[in-house]
Design a protein around this ligand. Structure first.
Ligand code: ADP
Ligand code: MG
Length: 497
C-alpha cells in the first residue's frame, strides 16, 4: 500500500506568556505508520499534539489534514476530520456499558423510532473488537474496566467513527507489563490496517519496539525526524538532553545539618517497594524518575495521605505513624501539591483565606481575627511578590504561578514546620515565578528545614537538589550526590538503559 501523508504541521509556533514553547516545528504523519514523539519533560510534545487535536490554538503555522489546509481547528472539527486523541480517562461514561459507549452520540436506531437497537450495537461492537483482537465484553459496565481496557475501548470507539489518526500521549505510564504489550500489539494491528498513529512515551524501549519514525523535540525545537532503523537509544538520549542553560538555576549552597527524616524500607504493595533514604536539615533531596515510577505514592506515605503496608518513618529519630495529612502537618510535615486545583487550592475563597487556612486548621483554639490575618497575609504577599489586584480577589482568578506561590505561602505561615514536600513545584509556572519559588525553597533550607522535591523537570532537579533519589518501577535504585551529575546519565538511570 502506498503511504500517503495524512497530517502535516508546518512552522508551528506556540507562546505561553513570554515563553515560546514551540518554535517553528514541522511534523508529518503518514497512513500506516507509527510516528513517535520523544523529548524531555517540557520539550513541547503534549502541546504539539494538542494543537493537532484542536485543544490548543497556535500563534502561527499551518495545519494540513488529508492534504487540506485546515483553519480554526477545534476538538469537534478534529474528530470530524478523523483525528482522535485517546486520553487516560476522559470521554467515557462509567454508568453505560462498553457497547453503549462505543455508540455514544452515534446510536443505532431500531425500527421503533427513538428506541436504540441494543442488539445491533453489541454485534457491531463485537465485530470491531474481533477486527482489532480486543478481548472485552460489550455488556460490561465501563465503571468495571481497568485503565488499559478503557484506552482500548476509546480506540474502538474512534474506529467506529472512522478515525484516520490515533494520538496517544504517554498511555503506558499507568499500565502493567502485560497491558502495555497488549496495547502495543493493538497499535501495530491498527498500523497494518492503514491508520496513522502518533505515540508519545518516555519509555524508549517501547518507542524502538513500535516506531517507524521518531521526531525528537528539545526546548520547543525540532531536533530532527529519524527512521527508527537509522538511530539507536544512546543517540536519541544524547539528542534529547543538553537543555537550554536559561532553564538551569544557579543556586547557592546551604549548610547541611543533622538527619531529620529517615525512611526505612517503606512499602506500598505493587507500587513502592522497600524504599530507604534520609533527608537532612538544610538539604534539598530531589526525587526523579518517570511518571508511574512510584514517586508520588512514595511521598504520599510521608505526608500521611497513603498508609504504608510495611516500613518505618522516623522524624528526629522518633518513629512516627501518620494517620492523615492533617496529622502529618501537626508533626511538622507540609505538602505542596502538583495538582493545585485538587489538593491545594480552596476555590471560591480569596487570597487571605487561602493563605491562613493552614494556620487556622492547625490551631482551632485560637482563631485568628481578621485583622491579624490581613497583616500576616500582606507580609506573605510582599515576601513572595504575589501579583494580586486586591486581597478579595478569588484564588482561581490568579495566574498559575501566583496560585502556586499562595499555596507555598500558606506553609510559610506555619513556622513549626520541619519538612516541606514539594511535588512538581513549578509545573505550569512561568520562568519568572519559577525562580521565585526556587528562592523560597532555598530560604526554607537556610532556616534549617528539610526539603523533598519530586520533579520531572530535569534542569530543576539538577539545579536544586543536593542529592537525587532515582525511582524506577517502585524502587529507589540510586541515590546520587548531585555534583556534576549529567542530564544524559540521569536520563539513562530513569529509563534503565
Ligand atoms: P511535554 O509534553 O514535552 O512534557 P508540554 O507540551 O506539556 O511538554 O509543555 C511545554 C512547555 O509549555 C512547558 O514549559 C510547559 O510548562 C509549558 N506549558 C504547557 N501548557 C501550558 C499552559 N497551559 N500554560 C503555560 N505554560 C504551559
Ligand atoms: Mg507531555
Amino acid at each position: 500500500m502506498d503511504k500517503e501523508t495524512v497530517v502535516e504541521l508546518k512552522k508551528i509556533v506556540k507562546i505561553y506568556g513570554e515563553h515560546k514553547v514551540l518554535k517553528n516545528v514541522d511534523f508529518d504523519l503518514r497512513s500506516g505508520e507509527i510516528h513517535c514523539l520523544v523529548g524531555e519533560n517540557g520539550a513541547g510534545k503534549s502541546t504539539l499534539i494538542k494543537i493537532l487535536s484542536g485543544a490548543v490554538t497556535p500563534e502561527s503555522g499551518e495545519i494540513f489534514i488529508l492534504g487540506k489546509h485546515t483553519r480554526g481547528l477545534n476538538p469537534r472539527l478534529a474528530i470530524e476530520l478523523g483525528i482522535t486523541t485517546v486520553y487516560q480517562d476522559a470521554e467515557l461514561v462509567d454508568s453505560l456499558t462498553v457497547a453503549e459507549n462505543v455508540f455514544l452520540g452515534n446510536e443505532l436506531n431500531s425500527s421503533i423510532p427513538l428506541k436504540i437497537n441494543k442488539r445491533k450495537q453489541v454485534e457491531e461492537t463485537e465485530r470491531i473488537f474481533r477486527r482489532l483482537g480486543i478481548n472485552l465484553n460489550p455488556d460490561e459496565y465501563v465503571a468495571n474496566l481497568s485503565t488499559a481496557q478503557k484506552q482500548m475501548l476509546q480506540i474502538a470507539k474512534a474506529l467506529h467513527r472512522s478515525a484516520k489518526v490515533i494520538i496517544m500521549d504517554e498511555p503506558t505510564s499507568s499500565l502493567g507489563l502485560e497491558e502495555t504489550k497488549a496495547l502495543l500489539n493493538l497499535l501495530k494491528n491498527l498500523r497494518s490496517q492503514g491508520l496513522g498513529i502518533i505515540y508519545i512515551s518516555h519509555y524508549l524501549n517501547e518507542i524502538f519496539d513500535i516506531a517507524d519514525r521518531l521526531t525528537i523535540l528539545k526546548d520547543g525545537e525540532k531536533v530532527g525526524t529519524y527512521s527508527a532503523t537509522e538511530i539507536d537509544v544512546n543517540t536519541v538520549i544524547k539528542k534529547m538532553v543538553g537543555r537550554d542553560t536559561a532553564l538551569f538555576f544557579q543556586r547557592r549552597p546551604v549548610q547541611i545539618k543533622e538527619v531529620l527524616l529517615r525512611v526505612n524500607r517503606l512499602t506500598k504493595k505493587g507500587i513502592v517497594n522497600g524504599v530507604t533514604f534520609d533527608v537532612k536539615r538544610g538539604e534539598v533531596f530531589g526525587i526523579g524518575g518517570l511518571v508511574g515510577s512510584g514517586r508520588t505514592e512514595l511521598v504520599s506515605m510521608i505526608y500521611g495521605a497513603l498508609r504504608p503496608d510495611d516500613g518505618e518513618i522516623f522524624l528526629k529519630n522518633e518513629r512516627i505513624e501518620l494517620k492523615s495529612p492533617l496529622d502529618a502537618m501537626k508533626k511538622g510535615i507540609c505538602f505542596v501539591s502538583e495538582d493545585r486545583k485538587k489538593l491545594g487550592m480552596f476555590t471560591g475563597r480569596n487570597l487571605v483565606e487561602n493563605l491562613v487556612i493552614a494556620k487556622n486548621n492547625l490551631s482551632k483554639r485560637f482563631l485568628l481575627n481578621l485583622n491579624q490575618e490581613v497583616i500576616l497575609s500582606t507580609e506573605i504577599v510582599r515576601k513572595l511578590s504575589i501579583a494580586v489586584a486586591d486581597r478579595d480577589q478569588l484564588i482561581e482568578e490568579l495566574s498559575g504561578g501566583n496560585q502556586q506561590k499562595t499555596i507555598i505561602g500558606r506553609w510559610l505561615l506555619n513556622t513549626d514546620a520541619l519538612l516541606y514536600i514539594f511535588d512538581e513545584p513549578t509545573k505550569g509556572v512561568d520562568i519568572g515565578a519559577r525562580e521565585q519559588i526556587y528562592e523560597i525553597i532555598l530560604q526554607l533550607a537556610e532556616q534549617g528545614k528539610s526539603i523533598i522535591m519530586v520533579s520531572s523537570d530535569m534542569p530543576e532537579l539538577l539545579s536544586m537538589s543536593d542529592r537525587i533519589g532515582v525511582m524506577r518501577n517502585g524502587e529507589m535504585t540510586h541515590i546520587l550526590e548531585n555534583r556534576n551529575v549529567k542530564e544524559e546519565d540521569l536520563m539513562k538511570l530513569f529509563i534503565g538503559v
